[in-house]
Design a protein around this ligand. Structure first.
Ligand SMILES: CC(C)(COP(=O)(O)OP(=O)(O)OC[C@H]1O[C@@H](n2cnc3c(N)ncnc32)[C@H](O)[C@@H]1OP(=O)(O)O)[C@@H](O)C(=O)NCCC(=O)NCCS
Length: 190
């Protein structure tokens, strides 16, 4: 369970409209469910019970007392000791009436800051809008480099017959170059 105290919240009062990014709580589960469900083209649906069970892996944007945006994250599976721990950002949505004032960007920023605390090797995501994620340092990667994601999530997708025919772009933000310590050699005589 993510401690509420361990997560900084982000309050924006500088724009003409105020919003507040904070960790989700159980009462947010239904608004999160509705928000995700209202974006069937862009987002993979999530059941209410899935949201409730993973409520500690969601952030929400609140505006005038209402949940207007959400994002979540999950740790991707690995066998044995973590060699290449990766975290996926998913379920990012802002309601149409609250777009364009920085909420989407603030949700992603908050999530990256939070999951960095676990020291993952990389953060990944699948998106129709790669341009949105470039300013955070995400770069397109081959879907084949994310086979664990494909086997753990995409394999259950009912929208496309294969992840390789799905038009979503795979992106990654590398935080620790995997082979840096292996490749780096000591200069001769040191
Ligand atoms: C993508 C989304 C979350 C952005 O939310 P938002 O609150 O409008 O985003 P922001 O206000 O923080 O916008 C930040 C920047 O991204 C840009 N942007 C927003 N949506 C974009 C899109 N679909 N493609 C490319 N850039 C986009 C904005 O123009 C803005 O850039 P600027 O500041 O240089 O003008 C929102 O459009 C949304 O909910 N879309 C439907 C669901 C979805 O596509 N989720 C993402 C799946 S990975």
């Amino acid at each position: 369970m993510v401690s509420q105290k361990s997560v900084r919240t982000n309050r924006c009062t500088m724009s003409r409209r105020t919003y507040h990014i904070r960790p989700a709580k159980f009462p947010d589960a239904v608004p999160i469910f509705m928000l995700i469900r209202s974006h069937p083209r862009e987002l993979v649906g999530r059941s209410l019970s899935d949201i409730v069970q993973n409520v500690d892996r969601f952030f929400v944007a609140e505006r005038e007392g209402k949940v207007v945006g959400t994002v979540s994250w999950q740790i991707l599976p690995e066998i044995g000791a973590p060699k290449d721990p990766s975290i996926e950002i998913k379920s990012l949505a802002v309601e149409p009436g609250s777009r364009g004032i920085g909420i989407g960007r603030a949700l992603v920023k908050q999530t990256i800051a939070h999951v960095r605390g676990f020291h993952p090797c990389r953060i990944i995501l699948l998106t129709f809008y790669p341009r949105f994620f470039v300013p955070f340092g995400f770069r397109p990667v081959a879907k084949r480099s994310l086979m664990y994601k494909l086997y753990s999530g995409c394999i259950n997708c009912s929208k496309y017959d294969s992840p390789f025919t799905c038009p979503e772009i795979a992106m990654a933000l590398d935080l620790h170059p995997r082979h840096a310590s292996v490749k780096r050699r000591r200069p001769a005589g040191v």
